[in-house]
Design a protein around this ligand. Structure first.
Ligand code: GDP
Length: 588
């Protein structure tokens, strides 16, 4: 039985009517209609009632697997026969905010896009291609590691090379470090652009020093990282930067066969008035042509038109070309892989099979990256492989970050290595979760907490976030995981979240925080944590709670309340109050 079947589908399969299913469920206290999707439990209950056994399958799963096997395997063959030719590198620009990523992208584009004969107008389609150093280079137009890692988390490896922008007057900053970690996690080479060298306070040497401490040593100092001094403002050094990108691309031997059916990645997509669903894709291999049937996620269709970043209509797009595709049934999702298919019917059948599957299962699962999460590490060790445990480590201060790293390093054995995909100070963010999902990592937080978006995304992506307040407990847990005895996780269910809007002093009571309950419910006596930008600053219990002048037992979301702070006086406007309960989740 497919998950999410309706009474009308379930009944007849078991020689009953839809009405029988509805009646039975009604007696169990569930009111459903004939065309409403049933939960797994409802289907199993009904089957048990009539003495049948059901096996639940994800809708479309088997169908899709069969189709893929039938049509895509053939494709692999014709790709193998195609001759590999050099293809342009696909470049993403990353770096700290305000270091000049956007201006650099604009400057490169305006200086190097060859004006078309028709005088085409620049179109922002999410990526553009320039001619430089005698070859084409494709730039992804969305700078920063957020989009980059979100794509990776969906299994789309599109970037060949990262340009790391560091402002010469500001030096290495937190997002510079994040960008380095994200690029490394993706095993993508880095070319450094030391920007803003036109500024009088520019100090490129200091930047090189700071980068060297992070393992990026300039060639001039005997390392192997290419660093270019540039100014996005006046254009200094940009031709050299492009030359260096071309050199790295050559060393990387980026090749693809332009023959065979096209395959690639969706960068972005939306619905445009008068044009319908429009998706910008980058072709990774093969050539995409007008008229080709194709499928991306559950979207399918036939290419009606291909438009490049200069607004020109193309007949075909070879590897590494960014193009807008018109003709999809619906906008696909960023990060979806697209494939041209033998015929339209195949595209439609695969698209529709996936649609049914996603409807029940949520979006497509991300493919596994090398290395393992905490809960899988022992299994990997037992298989006799050298196991690598991937971790994203977030902590309240630099000191604890170093201390924890050192202690964890001591746990390494011949058969178990640790890989710190990212280490940083501050709360657990959405970005950390994306990175963990893309690199198959577990997030460890010490004295820090995930924010709401991070928590939600972790749930969706199946990323485990373990938070600790005592270092030895953290170390002990990782050690246990390595011997297959990971302690049960105490899931902390966040029951309420309130934002501090003002702090008052009340005679005899002390400080009282005037709060607005944003989510859930705040209850007197519940366990509580105070957070400032994701970092835990205090934990304890709520001893007094008031609504207006009266004592309250609990306050619901959408209301204001006063929270007595007893022995903690240091709360500020903008801090968060999080109440929680602990529940043990048994390990399977
Ligand atoms: P992003 O946040 O990294 O995308 O940074 P932007 O490209 O928006 O640049 C931030 C600010 O720095 C803007 O005011 C730019 O004009 C300025 N800027 C960028 N590059 C340079 C440069 O090479 N020299 C100088 N003097 N200013 C620059």
């Amino acid at each position: 039985m497919e998950r999410g079947s309706t009474p009308r589908e379930l009944g007849p399969k078991l020689n009953r009517s839809a009405g029988d299913v509805i009646r039975f469920l009604f007696l169990q206290g569930e009111v459903v209609t004939a065309t409403q999707s049933l939960t797994d439990e409802m289907i199993e209950l009904f089957a048990a009632e009539i003495g049948a056994t059901v096996r639940l399958v994800d809708p479309g799963e088997e169908e899709e697997a069969q189709l893929q096997a039938r049509y895509f395997e053939e494709d692999e063959d014709d790709e193998a026969t195609g001759e590999l030719r050099p293809r342009p590198p696909v470049v993403t620009v990353m770096g700290h905010v305000d270091h000049g990523k956007t201006l650099l992208l604009d400057r490169i584009r305006s200086a190097n896009v060859v004006a078309s004969e028709a005088g085409g107008i620049t179109q922002h389609i999410g990526a553009y291609q320039v001619q430089a150093a005698g070859q084409a280079i494709t730039f992804i137009d969305t700078p920063g590691h957020e989009a980059f890692t979100a794509m990776r988390a969906r299994g789309a490896e599109v970037t060949d090379l990262v340009v790391l922008v560091v402002a010469a007057d500001d030096g290495v900053m937190p997002q510079t470090v994040e960008a380095i970690d994200h690029a490394r996690a993706a095993e993508v080479p880095i070319v450094v652009a030391i920007n803003k060298v036109d500024r009088p306070d520019a100090d490129p040497n200091r930047v090189m020093q700071q980068l060297s401490e992070r393992g990026l040593v300039p060639e001039a100092w005997g390392g192997d990282t290419i660093m270019c001094e540039v100014s996005a403002l006046d254009g200094t050094g940009i031709p050299e930067l492009l030359d260096q990108i071309a050199v790295v691309a050559e060393v990387e031997e980026l090749r693809a066969s332009p023959e065979g059916r096209a395959r690639g990645v969706v960068l972005e997509a939306n619905l445009e008035v008068g044009r319908g669903p429009v998706a910008t894709v980058i072709v990774k291999r093969g050539t995409l042509r007008v008229g080709d049937p194709l499928v991306a996620g559950s979207a399918w269709g036939k290419v009606k038109a291909l438009v490049n970043d200069r607004g020109e209509a193309l007949k075909e797009a070879p590897p590494s070309t960014p193009v807008q595709v018109l003709g999809f049934s619906e906008p696909p999702s960023a990060g979806d892989v697209f494939r041209a298919t033998v015929d339209l019917n195949t595209a439609r059948t695969i698209g529709e099979a996936r649609e049914r599957r996603y409807r029940v299962a949520g979006h497509a699962p991300s493919p596994g990256a090398p290395g393992a999460k905490l809960e899988d590490i022992f299994e990997q060790i037992q298989r006799g492989e050298t196991a690598t445990l991937n971790l994203v480590l977030k902590s309240d201060v630099q000191g604890s970050l170093e201390a924890i790293t050192d202690s964890l390093r001591k746990l390494e054995r011949d058969d178990v290595k640790l890989s710190f995909v990212h280490r940083g100070v501050g709360g657990v963010t959405e970005n950390d979760v994306q990175l963990a999902a893309a690199s198959n990592a577990t997030i460890i937080g010490f004295n820090v907490r995930p924010d709401r978006r991070a928590r939600e995304l972790a749930g969706e992506r199946g990323v485990e976030i373990r938070t600790y307040e005592i270092i030895y407990k953290l170390i002990e847990d990782i050690e246990s995981a390595m011997v297959g005895m990971l302690a049960p996780e105490f899931e902390e269910v966040v029951t309420g979240e309130a934002e501090v809007r003002a702090v008052f002093r009340v005679p005899r009571v002390g400080a009282v925080a005037g709060c607005y309950v944003r989510e859930g419910v705040i209850t007197r006596g519940s366990k509580v944590r105070f957070l400032r930008e994701g970092v835990v600053i205090w934990r304890g219990t709520i001893t007094s709670l008031r609504r207006f002048k009266d004592d309250a037992r609990e306050v619901q979301s959408g209301f204001e309340c006063g929270v007595g702070l007893s022995d903690f006086q240091d709360l500020k406007e903008g801090d968060l109050i999080e109440t929680f309960e602990e529940r043990e989740i048994p390990r399977s």
